[in-house]
Write a new protein. Structure first.
Length: 202
């Protein structure tokens, strides 16, 4: 007898190697940033760039190199080389990056980064009771199944400082409310790939 759990969804998490240097880079960005709320979302949390037009990771060499290293690990772990679109190389960029700050009672609503292949987050300042990160099932139909609804429940993750996490951009996710008086600060980013079928041979 065998049961195969088909169509699994990858979630990658690890601790950064160059912790002190990265924390210093992120702390500098926090100090330089003017946090504002996105007017379309309400007062749920603050962003370093509510319009997502800036990309501060481009000026953070340690953070950028660490992200590329972990993206490489992620691609190896999901066996990207077996993708039908793989052409012998992986050309990708950090398409956007921003800081998120959660004060007391603030949270992140359920959302996705569906226009990007990989979404990621680095935890700069966080502790266990400041709001868990959660991911919802990409197979919501299971919630209607008498025998499988337990597999459709959201998964909660308690982040720690220095932790980096990567997951498919299509996954719905969010952050529970910060119930402390201290700010919770993370650095989020999106990874986009240059797709071979969009490249022209001139």
């Amino acid at each position: 007898m065998a049961i195969d759990n088909l169509f699994s969804t990858p979630l990658y998490y690890s601790n950064v190697d160059n912790y002190d240097a990265i924390q210093e880079e992120v702390a500098g960005l926090v100090e330089r940033s003017e946090f504002k709320t996105n007017p379309h979302w309400g007062n749920n949390h603050q962003l370093s760039d509510p319009n997502f037009l800036d990309n501060p990771i481009n000026g953070m060499e340690n953070m950028k190199n660490e992200i590329f290293r972990h993206v490489g690990n992620f691609l190896q772990g999901i066996e990207f080389q077996k993708s039908l679109d793989y052409n012998g190389q992986a050309n990708y960029v950090i398409a956007a990056s921003w800081l998120s700050r959660f004060g007391k009672g603030q949270y992140a609503h359920v959302h996705s980064h569906a226009h990007h292949e990989i979404a990621g987050v680095y935890y700069h300042k966080v502790k266990g009771d400041q709001g868990q990160f959660f991911i919802e099932s990409p197979v919501p139909q299971q919630v209607n199944s008498f025998i499988l609804n337990h597999k459709s429940q959201s998964v909660r993750i308690t982040p720690q400082p220095g932790m980096i996490m990567l997951f498919p951009g299509f996954l719905n996710h969010g952050v529970y409310a910060n119930e402390t008086d201290d700010d919770r600060i993370s650095l989020s980013f999106n990874i986009s790939f240059q797709k071979p079928y969009f490249m022209l041979n001139l």
